[in-house]
Design a protein around this ligand. Structure first.
Ligand code: SF4
Length: 198
């Protein structure tokens, strides 16, 4: 079995998987270059790290019965072809699964949604701001396709948007929230830009 590249692990979180005690696995590698990325060390797909999937497996095998779930975060977990097998392995160990994703790979997201109990979907920016904020073209339409897949799947989810006034105006943020509500989103959260003005 191919194994995911791992950049780090948080052994216990009470906030990254609603209602569950969980560990967070930070997947190594991301195709985007967000202007405010807080984990730039997780962007290079081939960066050397102190972690391996084997170390994660060993750690979590000792947490069975103590943790409810495992969160796959990043980086961008869906970048990695090994993600479905890694999720299945954690499910087989008895954990519920959460996914944090920026939604740029709707086809890969569709493949793992049957394995996932909760999704945190980043909506990085309004359509006309998206390319500049994520540093890559054409992402917004793919994120909206991912959102529609999540909604159609019935998997519980939350949309999150990191915002600060220096990124774009509050009126644009409000328009983004309204457009998501029209699309059927009932759980959207504005998140502060670390170090940014609110
Ligand atoms: S999608 Fe996430 S990990 Fe990737 S560059 Fe943006 S903030 Fe960083």
């Amino acid at each position: 079995m191919a194994e995911p590249r791992v950049g780090g692990l948080t052994p216990l979180t009470t906030i990254d998987f609603p209602g569950r005690l969980a560990a967070v696995v930070f997947c190594q590698g991301c195709p985007w270059r967000c202007v405010y990325c807080h984990n730039p060390h997780l962007i290079p797909a081939d960066a050397a790290t102190d972690w391996s999937w084997g170390k994660v497996r060993d750690f979590l095998s000792r947490r069975r019965g103590l943790l409810d779930g495992v969160v796959f975060s990043g980086g961008e977990p869906t970048l990695q072809a090994a993600l479905p097998d890694a999720m299945r392995e954690m499910r087989d160990m008895g954990f519920e699964i959460a996914l944090h994703t920026a939604g740029m790979y709707p086809d890969r997201l569709a493949a793992v949604l049957p394995l996932v109990d909760w999704v945190g979907l980043d909506i990085k920016a309004p359509a006309d701001r998206h390319d500049a904020i994520v540093g890559a073209p054409g992402g917004h339409a793919r994120v909206m396709a991912s959102l529609d897949l999540i909604r159609a799947s019935g998997v519980d989810y939350q949309c999150r948007t990191t915002w600060a006034a220096e990124l774009y105006g509050e009126a644009e943020l409000t328009a983004l929230a309204e457009s998501l509500a029209r699309r059927g989103v009932r759980d959207w959260s504005r998140q502060p830009l670390r170090g940014g003005k609110q």
